[in-house]
Ligand binder design. Structure first.
Ligand SMILES: Nc1ncnc2c1ncn2[C@@H]1O[C@H](COP(=O)(O)OP(=O)(O)OP(=O)(O)O)[C@@H](O)[C@H]1O
Ligand SMILES: O=P(O)(O)OC[C@H]1O[C@H](OP(=O)(O)OP(=O)(O)O)[C@H](O)[C@@H]1O
Ligand SMILES: [Mg+2]
Length: 282
């Protein structure tokens, strides 16, 4: 049975459960459940604090886990990323009161408050900057107002939390993060159960980012049309009953679907349809 760590709380837990559900796995019915078995898929899910997931996976007791890239790096656990999942996207940045810092060199001798001490200490060491780091559990944006630190380093998504606290980012982003699947460093990458799990999640990612497009066009327009809808490998082209016409079917990125439909119409394609993909294996 494959043993998988899943976030039990916070920004990662809802989207992770949703993705697993879309991939056909049973998920817990209420938020207090800490462990469930999905016998049909031969998988056991452990609902753990996101911060602890890399530690469990590195111990080898759990085969794989879903966590944030920033949490993985911060933990310094012996685990590695094997698949990015595209949700809980954020950047990790320094911020301070406007006009008090412009770059990392301005951190010299200052105190930085953060929940991600590992990332910050490493980044300061790599940059040759000596500064103190104070660990806070959350709501780090308030630390400056309350005099605990002159600078913070925190997760930024929309920037609303920083704006509300009257703070501004400075310097280069320290890292970009998103939810990722991890495994113990050097674990057997060919393990069939792990491979099957990854294929299912990849299927969800593809189903979320692509739509299926069907249309009819004249044979003379086919090369132009295919250039607009090259598909993943190559589009399916079938003859139509009316001579001189073909039907084309190809996957296209969902975000570009409307523009592609306009462009196809312009070159004479008709009966252009897009449909959602519910699941796939590439
Ligand atoms: N506002 C946000 N937008 C996108 N990702 C976020 C946001 N806040 C946190 N994350 C990501 O979620 C992960 C942190 O999860 P964690 O559950 O520890 O914190 P949280 O979502 O802030 O919840 P909590 O309320 O428990 O602090 C990290 O990978 C982080 O980058
Ligand atoms: O840029 P934004 O869209 O505002 O998102 C970033 C904020 O979201 C998270 O906080 P959360 O609400 O989880 O509280 P926490 O600080 O206690 O973790 C994160 O720690 C930032 O504070
Ligand atoms: Mg938080």
């Amino acid at each position: 049975m494959l043993r998988i760590a899943v976030p039990n709380k916070g920004s990662l837990s809802g989207p992770a459960a949703e993705m697993l559900h879309e991939a056909g796995y049973q998920q817990r019915r209420e938020s207090k459940e800490l462990r469930i078995v999905d016998p049909e898929n031969e998988v056991e899910f452990f609902y753990l604090r996101p911060r602890d997931i890399a530690i469990y996976v590195s111990s080898g007791r759990l085969d794989i886990g879903i966590t944030g890239r920033d949490l993985l790096v911060d933990s310094a656990a012996d685990a590695e990323e094997i698949l990015p999942l595209g949700f809980a996207r954020s950047t990790f940045r320094f911020a301070a009161k406007p006009g008090t810092a412009n770059g990392i060199e301005d951190l010299k001798g200052k105190t930085v408050a953060t929940s991600y001490e590992g990332i910050v200490a490493q980044h300061l060491a790599d940059s040759g900057i000596e500064a103190s780091v104070v660990h806070l559990d959350g709501a780090v944006e308030t630390a400056i107002e309350l005099g605990v630190a002159e600078v913070i380093a925190d997760v930024v998504e929309t920037g609303t939390s920083l704006r509300n606290a009257g703070l501004e980012v400075f310097g280069e982003p320290i890292m970009k993060s998103e939810a990722v699947v991890i495994r113990r460093t050097g674990a057997d990458g060919e393990e069939p159960k792990v491979q099957q799990f990854l294929r299912r999640l990849q299927g969800v990612l593809v189903a979320r980012t692509y739509v299926m497009m069907d249309y009819d066009c004249r044979v003379e327009q086919l090369e132009k049309a295919v250039a607009l809808t090259p598909g993943l490998e190559s589009p399916t082209v079938s003859p139509l009953h009316n001579e001189g016409w073909v039907a084309v079917r190809a996957m296209v990125p969902a975000k570009e679907a409307q523009r592609i439909m306009d462009d196809l119409y312009e070159i004479g394609a008709r009966a252009i349809l897009t449909t959602a993909i519910h699941a796939c294996r590439l």
